[in-house]
Design a protein around this ligand. Structure first.
Ligand code: UDP
Length: 250
């Protein structure tokens, strides 16, 4: 499977690939196999799509990414409302686990960048235990200054990972990967938001029932009330998508 064969949706001007989890993993496998450095993978949620209305640079980054998946139910809903056959939600943390499972059989090397000091290292240990065969070749926390960046990039490159997982939060990680991808020696760079916190056991993911009912966003709102400001974008996003559907652009 090659990425050029996968159709895309256009939601408020942002590209989203129409695929399921198995296909997303196949694409990542193909990109690693091809070995060309600097492919960006974005797992896109509704808040970030809505943010691109004000940040055209963010839209450019999304549209130039190699793979864009529908991270949240809002993105899946929007694609379907607009008439695209979006198959399923492919969230950052689920993709991370599936990529680790695929990487375990192939001996892939992963570098984990992001989250508070100690968290990426702990998440790395847990991933190596859960997926024997997978190699976490390095990790580093995500609180650094611009001056630190050349050293961080040199450190990542010295480990030549197959995949760089960047957990700096969205859209900071999307900007960062885009800015650094020419300098990074890694075929695939995936932005995975708060995933390391969950894998390291610092934060809990929503219970399965919430995920099944597509209410993971509600769980996050209840457990992290500080997110309410971000989630205010959701009703505005719904409205903007309906305007796109019925022919008005703003
Ligand atoms: N983070 C980081 N560097 C920063 C800001 C944030 O490494 O400068 C990390 C933070 O510690 C957390 C993650 O990025 O682990 C953001 O998590 P959140 O759940 O807010 O991200 P989202 O999934 O909403 O993108």
């Amino acid at each position: 499977m090659i990425i050029k064969d996968i159709a895309t949706a256009s939601i408020l001007g942002c590209k989203v690939h129409l695929l399921n989890m198995a296909e997303a993993v196949q694409i990542v496998e193909q990109l690693v196999k091809d070995g060309q450095d600097g492919n960006q993978v974005v797992t896109l949620n509704a808040e970030i799509i809505y943010q691109t209305k004000k940040e055209i640079e963010l839209q450019r980054i999304i549209n130039s990414a190699s793979l864009v998946t529908a991270d949240g139910i809002g993105t899946v809903w929007a694609a379907r409302v607009l008439g695209y056959p979006q198959k399923e939600r492919v969230s950052g943390i689920d993709l991370l686990h599936e990529v680790c499972a695929a990487g375990a059989t192939r001996g892939w090397k992963l570098y984990l960048l992001g989250a508070a000091p100690g968290v990426a290292a702990k998440a790395g240990q847990k991933l190596e235990l859960s997926y024997p065969g997978l190699k976490v070749c390095g990790s580093r926390h995500g609180y650094f200054s611009q001056q630190d960046e050349p050293k961080i990039i040199a450190e990542i490159n010295s480990k030549s990972p197959d995949i760089l997982l960047a957990a700096l939060g969205a859209p900071k990680q999307e900007y960062w990967i885009d800015q650094k991808r020419d300098a990074l020696k890694a075929p695939v760079c995936i932005g995975v938001g708060g995933s390391f916190d969950v894998i390291a056991g610092i934060k809990k993911r929503a219970p399965k029932l919430f995920i099944m009912l597509n209410l993971e966003w509600l769980y996050r709102l209840l457990t992290e009330p500080s997110r309410w400001k971000r989630q205010l974008a959701l009703p505005a996003f719904v409205l903007a998508v309906l305007k796109q559907k019925y022919g008005r652009t703003n």
